[in-house]
Design a protein around this ligand. Structure first.
Ligand SMILES: *Cc1c(COP(=O)(O)O)cnc(C)c1O
Length: 374
């Protein structure tokens, strides 16, 4: 007798819709038989990794027979120095995605719930559902709000109850690019029960130049329930290495470190991250290229009468004024890969484009003109 192995899985896993990554260039070129396509679909750094990070990896290949330092001693020590916290406050992850999963695994279970906003990062519902906890999705800001589609902190607070163990706040949020100012976010955290972890996901922290944008790692001493996550995948250009981290109270870090795999971050990732932390010039140049690219893209949208969600990240969510799926497909035929944000993100008329280098941004706009018939 054979069993229905799908039906035997945990209830949450059975109905899980896997994360849809940006389409790889190789896949597109294989499928369409085209060349010289560009990918502006996963918010990767168009300048590539920090040259220092690349250099740091060269001498390590011979050592790959050995297991990595599971505790990530050198990287946690340096991160501690940079952030002004004890290394015991840091949890390393295989990307910050891993850390989000550790949080869910350690603090959520059936009968408990997590609160987050509509149009928030697609990984939150996945990690919550995988452990059979309840996801409470708060409606986002209305379209006519100064921060359209952004997190509505009051609506999120309303959904918190005695069983809420985690609140996910993306600042800035992906895919919308919207952000929360320090005063609002601090008041929100202060008003939450101490039993509820407030996870502030700062994957794009280094890109944000707004004066009122907070560095929430400064608030850790004040809020023992605060967890801040960051990554080397975005501005540091190391998405392929898979490394990110959480900063929290030592108690929370102790718990997260118990549930992670013993060797969840590898030798090359730890070394690359350590070197990238010392490369301020690469970070500054990445911010500059992003600022100019974002200005170009938003101006191009305005000229064409296309609405977009104001963004402080390295991406822009543009309203196609029609169902975006066919536009996405047509752009693929022009060799330009962007990201549809219908299904997982609930924005069926928008496409998210990562800010590239000048020639890539130009190429995207030209392709869009072709596709939209302008
Ligand atoms: C990209 C991203 C992450 C995590 O990426 P990792 O590569 O797993 O570090 C986390 N949160 C948001 C909002 C992101 O956009």
């Amino acid at each position: 007798m054979s069993c229905d192995y799908r039906a035997l899985a945990n209830a949450g896993v059975q109905s899980l819709m896997p994360y849809q990554p940006g389409k790889p260039v190789e896949e597109l070129e294989r499928e369409l038989g085209i060349r010289e396509s560009i990918k502006l679909a996963s918010n990767e750094n168009p300048l590539g990794p920090s040259p220092r990070a690349i250099q740091s990896l060269g001498g390590l290949l011979e050592g790959l027979a050995l297991y990595p330092d599971g505790g990530g001693f050198a990287l946690r020590r340096r991160l501690g120095e940079v952030l002004g916290v004890e290394p015991a406050c840091i949890t390393l992850g295989n990307g910050s995605n891993d850390v989000l999963e550790l949080i869910a695994r350690a603090y959520l279970s059936p009968g408990r719930n997590a609160v987050f906003s509509a149009h928030a990062f697609a990984v939150y519902p996945l990690v919550v559902q995988a452990v059979d906890a309840e996801a409470r999705v708060a409606p986002a800001n209305p379209v006519d709000h100064a921060m359209p589609y952004g997190h509505d902190l009051a609506a999120m607070a309303e959904r918190v109850d005695a069983h809420t163990r985690v609140i996910f706040v993306a600042n800035p949020n992906n895919p919308t690019g919207t952000w929360l100012d320090g005063a609002s976010l601090k008041a929100f955290i202060a008003a939450q029960p101490r039993e509820t972890l407030v996870v502030v996901d700062e994957a794009y922290f280094e890109y944000v130049e707004e004066a009122e944008y907070p560095d929430t790692t400064r608030w850790l001493a004040e809020f023992p329930n605060l967890v801040v996550t960051r990554t080397f995948s975005k501005i540091h250009g190391l998405a392929g290495l898979r490394i990110g981290y959480a900063v929290s109270s030592p108690e929370v870090a102790d718990i997260l470190n118990r549930v992670r795999q013993p060797f969840n971050t590898n030798t090359l990732a730890q070394a690359g991250a350590l070197a990238a932390l010392e490369d301020d010039a690469h970070v500054r140049e990445s911010v500059r290229v992003n600022r100019e690219g974002l200005a170009f893209l938003t101006a191009a949208c305005r000229e064409r009468g296309l609405d977009f969600i104001p963004s402080v990240g390295n991406f822009l969510c543009i309203d196609m004024g029609r169902e975006a799926g066919p536009v996405y497909q047509a752009l693929l035929h022009q060799g330009v890969i962007v990201r549809p944000v219908g299904g997982g993100y609930g924005l069926p008329r928008h496409l998210r484009v990562t800010v590239g280098r000048a020639h890539e941004n130009r190429r995207f706009i030209d392709a869009l003109d072709q596709v939209l018939g302008r």
